[in-house]
Design a protein around this ligand. Structure first.
Ligand SMILES: Cc1cc2nc3c(=O)[nH]c(=O)nc-3n(C[C@H](O)[C@H](O)[C@H](O)COP(=O)(O)OP(=O)(O)OC[C@H]3O[C@@H](n4cnc5c(N)ncnc54)[C@H](O)[C@@H]3O)c2cc1C
Length: 246
């Protein structure tokens, strides 16, 4: 028998965090264009000259690709092939229960993790689906697998009803670590490959990506995350950091 106890770990509402960042960025003068899809890039002289969107073109000074599950696809539009493959990751929530679970419980052998949301729902997650796909449909076999793991860990969840189940696309690298920093194009920066654990890393990753773009020089702390590491085999194995029971 054994286990890990991470006493200062925690859970946060991801949508509230994203809106918090957006509100502060907007207050500080950042223009946010919602419902504006990047469709492609004009490239000339080993740099991006223009970003093409469904609402018009933008002439490009510095460009960063950070579009989660669409990173591989979008980088290809600039002629950059990222060492990334995309897999679905599913989760589901139960009906609300009175508060009783005050930490996240994760079993690596059952590939199941549970946490109780501020609304009382039990959020149940596990590992990625074992095949590459861009679909965000959820599956019956993952529902059964997660329900089995959850009831095995906490037997009184037997009979609790599920409210919903969903999937997102995760951009995985071979060493489970992100690709941050420079690209083969001089003004194109990458913040990609976060896979299953990019939410918790957002504050520090964005701090150093902002520094990198402002100085047009990769921050020293980000240097190991270069995409060149997959050619030189200087891999950064972060499988344990996923906490998603892979
Ligand atoms: C079910 C599930 C559970 C997860 N659980 C955790 C967890 O517990 N902890 C954790 O740390 N991480 C978790 N993750 C992973 C985390 O969600 C991602 O790693 C993180 O969201 C990646 O952040 P990002 O900013 O790179 O991309 P995203 O958060 O995906 O943001 C990318 C944005 O780009 C936009 N976009 C896409 N294409 C275009 C385009 N062409 N033009 C303009 N905009 C575009 C999208 O609409 C989106 O708003 C989970 C993921 C899933 C699917």
């Amino acid at each position: 028998m054994g286990g890990l106890w991470h006493s200062d770990g925690g859970a946060a509402r991801h949508d509230a965090v994203a809106w918090g960042y957006a509100a502060q960025a907007s207050r500080r003068g950042v223009e946010i264009h919602q419902r504006t899809e990047v469709e492609g890039f004009d490239v000339g002289g080993a740099k991006i000259t223009r970003v093409r969107t469904n609402r018009g073109d933008i002439s490009a000074g510095q460009v960063m690709i950070a579009v989660g599950g669409m990173n591989y696809d979008k980088a290809m539009k600039a002629g950059v092939e990222l060492p990334i493959r995309c897999y679905p990751l599913q989760a589901m929530v139960t009906q609300p229960l009175k508060p009783w679970l005050h930490t996240l419980v994760s079993s690596v052998s059952l590939h199941t993790n549970l946490v109780q949301s501020s609304r009382g729902e039990i959020v149940i997650g596990g590992g990625s689906d074992p095949y590459q796909l861009y679909s965000t449909r959820s599956t019956l076999d993952m529902k059964e697998h997660l329900a089995e793991g959850a009831v095995h860990l906490i037997p009184f969840l037997h009979g609790v009803r599920l409210l919903r189940q969903w999937a997102g696309t995760t951009d995985m690298t071979a060493d489970y670590s992100p690709i941050m920093g420079a690209s083969p194009l001089s003004n194109l920066w990458l913040d990609c490959g976060w896979g299953t654990w990019g939410f918790k890393a957002t504050p520090v990753a964005d701090k150093y990506m902002a520094q990198t773009i402002a100085n047009q020089k990769v921050a020293p702390i980000l240097e190991p995350f270069t995409m060149e590491r997959f050619a030189t085999f200087d891999l950064l194995n972060e499988m344990g950091a996923t906490a998603a029971s892979h």
